[in-house]
Each structure stands twice: as C-alpha cells, then as structure tokens.
Design a protein around this ligand. Structure first.
Ligand SMILES: NC(=O)c1ccc[n+]([C@@H]2O[C@H](COP(=O)([O-])OP(=O)(O)OC[C@H]3O[C@@H](n4cnc5c(N)ncnc54)[C@H](OP(=O)(O)O)[C@@H]3O)[C@@H](O)[C@H]2O)c1
Length: 320
C-alpha cells in the first residue's frame, strides 16, 4: 500500500466518490477508486447472518428497480458499471433485481460478465409469473439465469407472493439441484404483510423481503419479530420510500446525536434505522450512482442505534 493510500480516510474516499459523480455528469468513466482507499473501507461493513446457513452478508446492498432499466448504450450503462465495479471493492455484495424491472437483469448480467466479478456478488432476483402457472414461472426463471449470465442464482424470491403455494415446491427443487442457493418470498404491499406472516409461521423459508423504512414501520408489528423467531433472513425494500424520507427530513440539519453514530446523510440515517432492527439482514436501497453507493454502504459502518435512539429517530420523522 502506498503512503498516500495509507493516509486516505473515509472522508477522502467520500470525496473521491463525489469526484466520480462529477465526472459522471460529463458521462466520463471515472478511474476505479484507488485500491488503498478501498482497502481502508472494505473490511468493516456490518454483516448479518442468514439464519438457515450462518453465512454472513453485508447489511446494505443495492436495489435495481427502474434505474437499471436502460438500453445497450455505453453512456446509459456507465454509472451502473461503476456501481457494480465498486460494490464488492467497497465491501458490499448484495444486488436485488427482478425480471419485471425491464432490462435490469440483462444489464446486470452483461456488466458483471464484463467486470468478471460474479463470484464477489450475491445476486437476488425474483419469479413473478407463478400466478400464470408453474410452466410460465419456470420459463421466467430459466430466462433469469440466461439474462444474468450465471449458473446459479444466490437468492430466488417469489415476487409479491405470486402463485406462492405452487411455487414453493419448485424453488425447493431448484435449491436441491443447486440452481439457487436460497429461496424466499417478497412483498412491498401492506395488505400482504398478514398473509406473508402466516406463510412465515408455517413454511421453512430462507428469506422474506418486505417494505420497511423509518417512516413505514408496519412490519415491526408482527412480520419482523416473527421472521426473527422463525430464523428467516429479511431483505428490506423501499428503505427511502422512493425518496419520501428525503422529502420529509431533507431540509433540516442532521441532529448532533445522530452524528455520534457516524451518520453523515439522511440516507445513512434512514438505513441505520432499518438495519438496526434485529430481524433485518440487509437493506436494498435503489442505487444507480457511485456517490449513492458510497453514501449508502457507509450506513453499514460504525455503531448502530440502540432501542432508545431508534425511538428518537422515528419520533423525528413523525414530527417532520
Ligand atoms: N415487491 C418487491 O419485491 C419490491 C418492491 C419494491 C422495491 N423492491 C426492491 O427494493 C429496491 C429499493 O426500492 P426503490 O429503489 O424503489 O426505492 P428506495 O430504495 O426507497 O429509493 C430509491 C431512490 O432513492 C434515491 N437515493 C438512493 N440513494 C440515495 C442517497 N444516498 N442519497 C439520496 N438519494 C438516494 C434514488 O433516487 P434518484 O435515483 O431519483 O436520485 C433512488 O432511486 C428496489 O430497487 C428493488 O430492488 C422490491
């Protein structure tokens, strides 16, 4: 490691990220972040265990809805290439996508192949066609393997509970055959929390995925405690409520007491709240820019809020 590298602090790394973002404004690909800068960042992400295996994954990953739905142009893909290149270099691994996110799976598959970093990543996708029958879902699942250019998907989730009863045996078979490593069920609809809770109570699942944010705490009532008790890992979607959290809090300064947790942005505030819940394994904020990636992964560094601070965080946004 160079002397300069040793001296690079987290702040310097953030500045590098900001520079990269500026470069992207001109659609110029920034050089990869210097290895020394990344080395100082990469070892200390909070990791949480997947109860069904004990494997530990970083508590913040990336979501790919909407923003990864781009065409084939190198310009449109440039910021996404940067995100996928730096994600594992910064200590992250988890990518959540779905066949219903337009071109997102294809874009991820192409770029990961180009980068050659598939083995450093934990790729989660979904099966959304179960409602149309197992045959349609199987065709979709095989398509995901092709689009993602992978032999094995880390996590395959039944999207919004589509055809869940007939799909669970299919996913179990795929897991047994080694085509997927874990399976789960997702929702982002409050009306599905109760049916999903009943499923968690009844079926052995590796993962669930649910909407959960500092201003959207419905999952705390039954679903999250149940998942913890039943040993089910939890991915949380919509951690920013698609920007709602920033609209509520963005105009006020970050309070000093939050700063003591190393929180430097409202994104980190929102993510630290989510990942400090004992049931939550990993939050997947929509992340399609390097500056966001650096910011969001920063939430998985340093201390997490205790119960009293979590109550304070919720009260702050409730009052906003
Ligand atoms: N049922 C399901 O299975 C389901 C449903 C919904 C979502 N999901 C998954 O969950 C992921 C997350 O949800 P989401 O992307 O819809 O919403 P979100 O994570 O709540 O918000 C994402 C938006 O926040 C902004 N953002 C991200 N990082 C930021 C930062 N550090 N500072 C400021 N702004 C930041 C970006 O807005 P701009 O890009 O506009 O700047 C981004 O598009 C999805 O991508 C998807 O993978 C799954």
């Amino acid at each position: 490691m160079s002397g300069e590298g040793r001296l690079l602090t987290r702040r310097a790394t953030l500045a590098l990220g900001a520079r990269a973002a500026v470069a992207l404004g001109g659609l110029r690909l920034a050089a990869p972040l210097p290895p020394a800068a990344l080395a100082s960042e990469s070892t200390d992400l909070v990791r949480k265990a997947i109860p069904s295996s004990g494997e530990r994954i970083p508590a913040v990953g990336i979501g790919t809805a909407r923003r990864f739905d781009v065409g084939e142009s190198a310009e449109a893909r440039a910021p996404l290439l940067e995100v996928l290149r730096e994600l594992p270099r910064l200590g992250g691994t988890v990518i959540d996508t779905a066949p219903s996110y337009g071109q997102a799976e294809t874009v991820i598959g192409d770029l990961v192949q180009q980068l050659g970093n598939r083995r450093a990543l934990f790729i989660a996708t979904k099966a959304g066609q179960g409602g149309a029958g197992v045959g349609a879902a199987l065709a979709e699942m095989r398509g995901s393997l092709e689009r993602l250019r992978t032999e094995r998907i880390d996590l395959l989730q039944i999207h919004n509970m589509a055809g869940v009863e007939s799909m669970l045996p299919v996913l179990r078979e795929w897991k047994q055959e080694g085509r997927i490593r874990y399976y789960g069920v997702t929702t982002s609809f409050p009306r599905q929390h109760e049916p999903l809770a009943r499923l968690v109570a009844r079926e052995p699942l590796d993962f669930i995925q649910v909407d959960y944010a500092v201003d959207n705490r419905a999952a705390e009532g039954r679903l999250l405690p149940l998942a913890a008790d039943r040993g089910v890992a939890v991915l949380t979607n919509l951690p920013f409520g698609r920007g709602r959290v920033f609209q509520a809090l963005g105009r006020q300064p970050i309070p000093e007491w939050a700063g003591t947790l190393g929180i430097r942005s409202w994104a980190q505030f929102a993510l630290k709240y989510v990942i400090s819940h004992r049931a939550v394994t990993c939050a997947i904020p929509g992340t399609a820019r390097l500056a966001y990636l650096i910011d969001n992964l920063g939430a998985a560094r340093g201390p997490l809020p205790d119960e009293a601070t979590r109550r304070r965080m919720a009260a702050l946004i409730d009052a906003a």
